[in-house]
Design a protein around this ligand. Structure first.
Ligand SMILES: [Fe+2]
Length: 347
């Protein structure tokens, strides 16, 4: 576990992964999931719209067919929880090999990696000896729903979050929310207005916070990353539409005045924050792995445990497809039907 302590090197640089062809493993999956569920003793839904816990399944025992099915199941359920996983003890190279089955691994611009460990690992280490996480959220709500690294031109898909040590008792859960549901909860005519729009995503704000908090010791491995992505995207495997703007990285809507863009983004971020009925909350213990598909979910940390309590985890973040825009469809009468329902309810 010591090998996984956070390492901060202000002089270190990394290269971005660069463009690549993404062939999503979920396309190859048998939809009845025979390989994934071969040893499963129980499948527990964490909430109706997001999250399932698979009991009796070891990630390290899955064949390629099992991993394909895991990709599909994660895309369908948003997130999958696996507990007491041997994966945490198999060493950096094997951990990387399994995670990179889903795509080339992202290299983070400012978060720490392990001491003498690969740059593809992101270490989350909150403890009495290392208060950088506490410091970075000192003047901002720690509840921020986001897609990890959405400013990448090919943002992450399947993501591995692996807990080594969690606070005694409770605390430090992750809240994961279904962005297909977030989109579908909007009125039909409102949804059609969002389709076809694009938004700017940038790492500028977190990089500024890193400099503000750590001065000469700030870790700045890569320049600011910026991309334009559709506001509504389509999952390449399930075909589900999802809201793809987030409060950590989305800066503005392309072509709109600043006031219009700020107003719309604030509404959408509030809408996502209120979505307790399409989210789930995952509690950790050492050995828990949570996999989430960033193309259909957003997530937020909770920082509800006592300052100084130790929470120690690592993340591996395979990159995936260039976000697919949701096409602006002809009005099929859905909007009028919706308005008609409102008129009837007024009678
Ligand atoms: Fe995150």
């Amino acid at each position: 576990m010591i090998a996984s302590l956070a390492h901060y090197d202000p002089l270190e640089k990394v290269e971005e992964v660069g463009p690549f062809e993404h062939d999503d493993p979920g396309h190859r999956a048998d939809p009845t999931l025979p390989n994934l569920l071969a040893t499963a003793t129980n499948v527990v839904e964490l909430s109706p719209h997001c999250g399932s816990e698979l009991q009796g399944v070891q990630l390290t025992d899955l064949s390629n067919e099992g991993l394909d099915e895991l990709a599909l199941f994660t895309a369908q359920r948003g997130c999958v929880v696996l507990r007491e996983q041997k994966y945490l003890g198999i060493g950096f190279e094997e951990q990387k090999r399994i995670a990179s089955y889903f795509g080339p691994l992202h290299k983070h611009g400012w978060m720490p990696h392990p001491q003498n460990g690969p740059v593809e690992f992101v270490i989350v280490y909150d403890s009495r000896e290392d208060l950088r996480i506490r410091k970075s959220w000192a003047r901002k709500s720690p509840i921020q729903f986001h897609v990890d690294q959405s400013p990448e031109s090919q943002p992450p898909g399947m993501t591995f979050f692996c807990m080594l040590e969690s606070p005694q008792g409770s605390g430090g859960d992750t809240i994961i929310s279904n962005m297909h549901q977030a989109f579908m909860r909007l009125s039909p005519s409102f949804r059609k207005r969002l389709e076809g729009l694009n938004a700017i995503h940038t790492t500028a704000n977190p990089i500024m916070r890193e400099i503000r908090d750590n001065g000469n010791l700030a870790v700045l491995r890569r320049p600011i990353t910026k991309s334009i992505h559709p506001v509504v995207t389509v999952h390449p495997v399930t075909g589900q539409k999802a809201l793809f703007v987030n409060s950590s990285y989305t800066q503005s809507i392309v072509g709109w005045d600043e006031e219009e863009s700020d107003y719309m983004l604030k509404f959408l971020f509030d809408h996502i924050n209120r979505g307790q009925d399409f989210a789930c909350r995952v509690r950790y213990e050492p050995g828990t792995i949570v996999l989430w598909d960033q193309r259909i979910t957003q997530h937020s940390q909770t920082l509800d445990y006592a300052p100084g309590d130790r929470r120690h985890a690592f993340r591996l973040t395979p990159l995936a497809n260039k976000p697919i825009p949701s096409l602006v469809e002809d009005d099929d009468g859905e909007c009028a039907k919706d308005e008609g329902r409102v008129l009837l309810s007024l009678c």
